[in-house]
Design a protein around this ligand. Structure first.
Ligand SMILES: Cc1cc2nc3c(=O)[nH]c(=O)nc-3n(C[C@H](O)[C@H](O)[C@H](O)COP(=O)(O)OP(=O)(O)OC[C@H]3O[C@@H](n4cnc5c(N)ncnc54)[C@H](O)[C@@H]3O)c2cc1C
Length: 474
């Protein structure tokens, strides 16, 4: 290698000398990978197979000092910079073409303090790894529903899952964070230190710096929770969703139930003749005492005559992996999402109409239930403003064959438009696809101005721009 082609922050092309790359290698503990080197292709591949970008340099950071060195390197060379946590972002913002990719995946430490009920977590940790360490002490904090998602990107955008109605968003449980800012300094963000930065990183994404350590508040839970799936024929969805709506309106915060409308995969507990037919799946979890769980679940379980009901006690960490096989990396994916304050009858009609014409076997409508503790936080208390949303839908088109691409994307877009009259107008920043130009405004609503001010203070030159970008004020 004599020199390396890279992308400048401005978008233009430039060359990096071999000497500059060698100097970077000398400054970091972790590996520095360039195209063609062993491990380069693995490090640049992300969850969504639609994304195939080739960074000029990948810095596999071993610690905060490596992150600082890589930030200094990119800033001084004027090279585009992307930051990778778990690599799950649908827009593929973990990776950029031609720039420096700061890969945090080697940073895997989770240190639980069972007495203080806190955990110190490095940014390469996945949700499954977090569950493994915290559940060893019968503790947890709310995260997402797929164990291979990265805790870093999830937390910085908000983060919700089975426990959020009881304990709030993942970001609501952040106590402090260590952040490498655009000038290469390491600062602490908490209520007491840099409170403006702390406010912004709880929902504002990776716009303000690179988090090298998260400190979370933990809550006792499990190790077993009552949880599982109830599967109905899709033909019953129009009758059952309004009944679900009434049951969940009266449900305690401990109970969370999401709806998945899709084609039945060949799950072992489903009769063979159901495989490949339309189903409505209720996925439910009770995050409270086991002795109260059966009574709380009873209304959901008594709604009708299901094809299968596999609700029961199981380890929480195991329940967190239940959707993993359906969400494995390798497929092409396109998402659109809406938030809803309520489930209108008209919206249920829209879901039923579009799910009867799914464009591929793996495409699904996933309706997440929010509310509870999430919505008892004021919209301006953190950067995440959607404290009025009771439900969030992810219109998840998923396919393998490129020939299906156009019809899958078109299905998600037209369904998104059809749902719009019933939606709050807000959107979850972590679900915004690459082509959505209005997503950032809908993600931040009334908090947008304040976020721009914090961005200007901590990243005036917009070094951290490969993300759902909040532009600094000029
Ligand atoms: C299968 C699947 C299931 C999901 N389920 C849920 C769910 O249940 N609940 C939920 O809330 N979300 C869920 N998500 C969305 C998830 O929150 C986002 O995809 C999130 O961006 C993932 O974070 P990551 O670290 O894996 O992603 P990455 O793609 O690595 O990172 C995303 C962005 O975050 C920023 N970033 C990452 N790490 C850092 C850091 N340490 N410091 C600063 N910036 C950083 C960067 O800007 C980066 O571009 C799911 C996603 C997938 C693919």
């Amino acid at each position: 290698m004599t020199s390396l082609s890279v992308t400048k922050t401005s978008g233009g092309a430039a060359k990096l000398s071999e000497r500059a790359v060698q100097a970077l290698k000398g400054r970091v503990r972790g590996a520095v990978l360039t195209p063609g080197e062993d491990g380069y292709d693995t490090a640049r591949s992300v969850w969504n197979a639609m994304i195939d970008r080739k960074p000029g340099v990948i810095v596999r950071c071993a610690g905060a000092a490596d992150v600082r060195a890589a930030v200094d390197f990119a800033r001084e060379a004027g090279v585009l910079l992307a930051v990778r946590g778990g690599g799950h972002n649908i827009a593929g913002s973990a990776v950029c073409d031609g720039g420096v990719m700061i890969d945090l995946t080697p940073m895997k430490s989770v240190r639980v303090d069972p007495h203080a009920k806190t955990a110190r977590v490095e940014p390469g940790v996945t949700l499954g790894e977090f569950d493994r360490e915290t559940q060893a002490f019968g503790l947890t904090t709310p995260t997402g529903i797929n164990s291979t998602t990265g805790i870093a990107g999830l937390t910085l955008g908000g983060g919700f899952g089975w426990l959020s109605r009881k304990f709030g968003l993942t970001s609501d449980n952040l106590v402090s964070a260590d952040v490498v800012t655009a000038d290469g300094h390491l600062v602490r963000a908490s209520h007491a230190e840099n409170p403006d930065l702390f406010w912004a990183i709880r929902g504002g994404g990776g716009n303000f710096g690179i988090v090298t350590s998260f400190e979370f508040r933990l809550h006792p839970l499990g190790p077993e929770v009552m949880s599982g799936l109830i599967v109905y024929p899709l033909s019953q969805a129009r009758d059952l969703i309004p009944r679900y709506r009434a049951i969940m309106a009266a449900a305690p915060d401990e109970l969370t139930c999401w709806i998945v409308l899709r084609t039945a995969p060949p799950l072992p507990f489903l009769p063979k003749q159901v495989h490949g037919t339309g189903v409505m799946v209720l996925a439910a979890c009770y995050a409270g005492l086991m002795k109260d769980a059966a009574a709380a679940m009873a209304p959901l379980r008594g709604m009708g005559k299901p094809i299968a009901d596999v609700i029961g006690p199981q380890p929480f960490a195991g329940w967190q992996t239940v959707f993993d096989p359906l969400l494995a990396p390798g497929a092409r994916n396109y998402w659109k999402s809406h938030s809803f304050a309520a489930l209108d009858d008209g919206l249920i009609d829209v879901f039923c109409k579009y799910v009867s014409a799914l464009p591929s076997p793996e495409t699904e409508i996933l309706l997440a239930q929010l509310g509870g503790a999430i919505n008892r936080v004021a919209p301006e208390a953190t950067a995440y403003p959607h404290r009025d949303a009771a439900f969030l839908v992810n219109l998840h088109a998923r396919w393998r064959d490129r020939a299906d691409e156009a019809k899958c994307i078109a299905w998600a877009r037209t369904l998104f438009d059809a749902c719009a009259p019933y939606a709050t107008g807000g959107t979850y920043v972590n679900f915004i696809p690459e082509d959505d130009k209005t997503g950032v405004a809908r993600a931040y609503l009334g908090n947008a101005q304040r976020l721009a001010a914090v961005k200007t203070k901590f990243d005036r030159e917009n070094l951290f721009r490969v993300n759902q970008n909040i532009r600094p004020m000029r």
